[in-house]
Design a protein around this ligand. Structure first.
Ligand code: G3P
Length: 218
């Protein structure tokens, strides 16, 4: 399973990258607005740090403007994945960019039917939003299961399921059990995977007992 960080925070991205736990980054207009930084230079900086795909989302909703924005974003770096919304215009841009060899991440996916359309449009990634479905008492992980099941029936579909809107470590674990290709989540959720009280307790015991030996390995 690949881990993408759903953030534009440079320090968080560097920390995960140094830990060897970062396979890519996703951003969206809300994340960019929160950063307070200029969009293009920020994506350039992230692409310099991260070898894997970096999702940069178009800002418009009409085909003509999204097509121009997508071409401009794709030109930033080879590892840019242009993000487009799951709309008729967005999927038309997806097909156009994918046919040219550009990675496209189709976002704001909330149904299996939408995911089927994205695969047919040649998307490199589909982003089903688990957390936002959970937020309205719908089963977000069921969508992941449905999309994976549909995609497995068609070997010519090359679209990777990129689980998005992840709220907690269980979203990651349950998605991994289903075989989802990628999760994108806030860095803190990835860090939460490390934590277990018995690990802490056990390590403290090892340290304490090793001290009693009076020995040093170095
Ligand atoms: O960036 C796409 C998605 O992960 C955002 O999810 O619901 O946390 O805004 P959310």
């Amino acid at each position: 399973m690949k881990f993408f960080a759903d953030t534009s925070d440079i320090e968080d991205i560097k920390k995960l990258n140094e830990a060897g736990m970062l396979d890519g980054v996703t951003t969206n207009p809300s994340i960019i607005a929160k950063s307070g930084r200029d969009f293009i230079p920020l994506i350039e900086e992230i692409c310099d740090i991260v070898d894997g795909p970096v999702s940069a989302e178009v800002a418009s909703t009409d085909y003509e403007t999204m097509s121009k924005e997508g071409a401009k974003l794709a030109a930033i770096a080879d590892n840019v994945a242009v993000k487009v919304p799951l709309t008729p215009a967005g999927l038309r841009v997806c097909k156009e960019l994918s046919d040219k060899g550009t990675m496209v991440n189709v976002t704001l996916c909330f149904s299996p039917g939408q995911a089927l359309l994205a695969a047919k449009a040649g998307a490199a990634f589909i982003s089903p939003f688990v957390g936002r479905l959970d937020d309205i008492c719908q089963d977000g992980l069921q969508l992941i299961s449905d999309v994976l099941r549909i995609y497995e029936n068609y070997e010519y579909f090359d679209t990777q399921v990129l689980v998005a809107s992840v709220r907690n470590p269980l979203h990651i674990i349950d998605s991994a059990k289903m075989g989802a290709h990628v999760v994108t989540c806030p860095p803190k959720v990835i860090h939460q995977l490390y934590n277990h009280p018995l690990t802490d307790k056990g390590l403290a015991g090892f340290v304490e007992d090793w001290k009693k030996t009076g020995q040093s390995i170095l």
